[in-house]
Design a protein around this ligand. Structure first.
Ligand code: ZN
Length: 275
């Protein structure tokens, strides 16, 4: 119970029960088992913070870490950003795609069907990515919004892995309704079963503690799975004006722990290829 923190103390027990059931349905209970010795971590970053991500390179070098960068709005990529992404790619990182306009794919699909969705959210952005020399094979759902139709279009378009969002803490108007320990979130561990639809745990500011991530890393190591985590903008202090971002010192702690536990660093497209 120590992970369940809520301001509505009277409802605590009931909420716990209800949310435990919901979480079990969503994520399952107990970690899956993977491939002995393959235990690892797959870190990804979303949106368009290219310069800020590029500045993390010394940190990646220090721990020999690889990550995946999911780019949205590639029409606005300037020459400097393209060369930064090329350098990241050269150093073993992966460049993935995160939508042309970062829209709600289910709404585009409902309004325009597969054709409308492809035109609005995939083709234009991919053209810009290709023109810049990138051929993304991984996709992160903008806002974690998708459904089976969206997924089937993305898979048909040739993406080999589709990444969704998993959140450990749920808040509403400042109240925290629950905090579900990542070590119990079945879906954030990749068991090397070839699955192409995956979930990553958000590690933005205030989403998860260092202790919880260390436990999740331990879990992945013991079970031979890859724990998947992601964040947005690298921040050096608490986020202002509702920004989405992670604390750089927190990322450093995650990398240090993964390195210490001798976890392998996987890019997202490597996951379904590793059997
Ligand atoms: Zn995004």
């Amino acid at each position: 119970m120590k992970y369940i923190k809520t301001s509505l103390k009277a409802l605590n027990g009931l909420l716990w029960l209800l949310l435990a059931v919901v979480a079990m349905v969503l994520w399952g209970c107990g970690s899956p088992s993977g491939k002995p010795g393959a235990g690892g971590i797959a870190i990804s970053f979303d949106d368009h913070f290219i310069k800020e991500w590029y500045e993390l390179r010394p940190l990646f070098h220090k721990y020999n870490a690889k990550a995946t960068f999911f780019i949205t709005c590639p029409d606005s990529l300037n020459a400097e950003e393209v060369s930064m992404l090329k350098q990241l790619e050269k150093e073993g990182h992966e460049i993935g795609f995160h939508g042309t306009v970062h829209a709600k794919s289910t709404e585009l699909m409902a309004a325009g069907g597969p054709k409308g969705y492809i035109e609005a959210e995939l083709e234009t952005g991919l053209r810009h990515m290709n023109a810049a020399g990138f051929k993304p094979t991984s996709y992160a759902h903008p806002g974690g919004n998708h459904n089976d139709r969206v997924d089937s279009v993305l898979l048909a378009k040739g993406f080999t892995v589709l990444r969704d969002v998993a959140i450990s803490r749920r808040k509403y108007k400042g109240f925290q309704f629950y905090a579900w320990p990542p070590r119990w979130m079945n879906a954030i561990y990749y068991p090397f079963d070839g699955a192409q639809q995956v979930d990553a745990l958000m590690i933005d500011y205030d989403e998860v503690t260092g202790e919880e991530v260390a436990e999740a890393i331990q879990e992945a190591k013991e079970n031979g799975t890859a724990v998947m985590v992601f964040g947005h903008e690298p921040l050096y202090s608490a986020p202002q004006n509702g920004k989405y971002g992670f604390n750089v010192s927190f990322l450093a702690a995650v990398l240090r722990e993964a390195h210490k536990q001798r976890l392998k660093f996987y890019t997202m497209s490597e996951l379904p290829k590793t059997r």
